[in-house]
Write a protein that binds this ligand. Structure first.
Ligand code: UDP
Length: 406
């Protein structure tokens, strides 16, 4: 049995200190055997799955009984939910009766298959949102929305409000994502698990081996973006910025991406990007290899996350944790992670991104300084222990009538 182990709260002591560890342990002690159900729509490929995976394990190691269930859906269901996701982030949607029927029917079918005897139900993102209408409510229900909600399409929002208002609390990722709604809202910024294969410290040999395996050249500095192939992540802008930067300083660009099961747009975008490939612009799809993600984020001279919209952008914290300078789009959650010019750079255009790439590639000292501050910022603000404590405080704040006390 000793071969298998999950991260324990004590493992965080060297990172956050024994006082915080003790405080979290004490808070969790009040919730021994508390049954928590988490529902989302994909088991891999994206920040939400990444966090639920680590968070449920940490909660279990603290004595709670935290479950993770993934809803099943048809291809057309995921095509509709992706459109809904885009509409919540400000895109347009033609919300036809048939789309609504497919969406609601698939959720209903999932509810028939899922029996709930829990003390808390946490529903992640819009996909499983209507779940709530199919159960007799016996505990607090929380909607955890990971999306940038600052400018939702009005029709989309009106349609979803019907279910949102039935929840007992809503958690959003940034203060500006709060919206008009009935349930009380809380802000929990995402966080990373520093002990996962994706984030733990790798040896030089391991890094070298992973990069060699994918034939990634290391003769020139690496400029890297790791993201789902999605227009909001602006992969084309990254290629453009890199091409401009390369006129001044030579480097290799690696765009690594994966496809989430709940995201049908990715393949098309990937194919169109492949047309830009050359010997110094690599478009790779082995993004499900988490050790490769780690190796690239660690080895890169510069990591980009040039998003045009971004709920949070876990990739930013991941790279910052490895002491790598990050150039991020000046949007959404990225702005809470990067302090411009201090522990990274925020950019609003291809030109700005290109300038920052050049500046960082030419100045190793600047890279080191920024990288150190970046790691420190993540240690202070974006480790999973902060996140789990916020959940424990939230659980503690409900009264017997499922009302959240201030
Ligand atoms: N990711 C990955 N491989 C890829 C692309 C992304 O493992 O090829 C991971 C990435 O490391 C991060 C998550 O997927 O943990 C993406 O989360 P983020 O919040 O950045 O974006 P989202 O996909 O949720 O919009």
């Amino acid at each position: 049995m000793a071969r298998y182990r999950i991260t324990q709260i004590e493992d965080y002591e060297p990172l956050i200190g024994s006082e915080k560890v003790e405080r979290i342990r004490e808070k969790a002690g009040k919730f021994k055997d508390l049954r928590v159900a988490n529902f989302n729509s994909t088991y891999y490929g994206g920040g939400v799955a990444e966090m639920i995976s680590s968070l449920t394990l940490l909660m279990n190691s603290l004595g709670l009984r935290s479950e993770w269930r993934v809803i099943q859906g048809t291809a057309d269901f995921f095509s509709i939910t992706k459109k809904m996701h885009n509409a919540l982030q400000g895109g347009e949607i033609d919300l036809s009766a048939i789309k609504k029927e497919i969406y609601e029917q698939v959720i209903y079918e999932n509810s028939v298959r899922n029996f709930l005897e829990h003390d808390f139900v946490i529903v992640h993102d819009p996909h499983p949102l209507p779940f709530i209408e199919h159960y007799e409510k016996k505990c607090p229900w929380i909607w955890r929305c990971h999306i940038d909600l600052s400018r939702p399409d009005a029709e989309m929002w009106k349609y979803l409000r019907h279910w949102i208002d039935k929840y007992d609390a809503v958690i959003v990722s940034c203060p500006e994502y709060k919206q008009e709604m009935k349930p009380p809202q809380r802000v929990f910024m995402p966080a990373i698990n520093p002990f996962s294969i994706k984030n733990r410290e790798l040896g030089d040999d391991e890094i070298h081996e992973r990069l060699a395996h994918y034939k990634i050249p290391t003769d020139l500095p690496l400029v890297v973006q790791i993201s789902r192939f999605d227009p909001w992540k602006d992969p084309e802008g990254v290629v453009e910025a890199f091409k401009r930067a390369r006129k001044e300083v030579d480097a290799t660009l690696v765009l690594l991406g994966n496809f989430a099961t709940d995201d049908p747009e990715g393949r098309e975008i990937f194919e169109s990007l492949c047309a830009c490939q050359d010997e110094r612009i690599l478009i790779l799809t082995s993004g499900d290899d988490t050790a490769l993600v780690n190796a690239l984020q660690t080895r890169a001279a510069v990591v980009l996350q040039k998003s045009l919209r971004e709920g949070f952008g876990l990739t930013v914290a991941e790279a910052m944790w490895k002491g790598t300078p990050v150039i991020g789009g000046n949007v959404g959650g990225i702005r809470y992670q990067i302090e411009n010019g201090v522990n990274g750079f925020l950019v609003s255009s291809v030109e700005e991104a290109a300038e920052c790439i050049v500046r960082l590639l030419k100045d190793e000292k600047l890279r080191d300084e920024i990288g150190q501050k970046a790691r420190e910022a993540v240690r202070e603000k974006f480790l999973l222990t902060r996140y789990v404590e916020q959940y424990l405080d939230l659980f503690a704040a409900f009264d017997e009538d499922f009302r959240l006390q201030e």
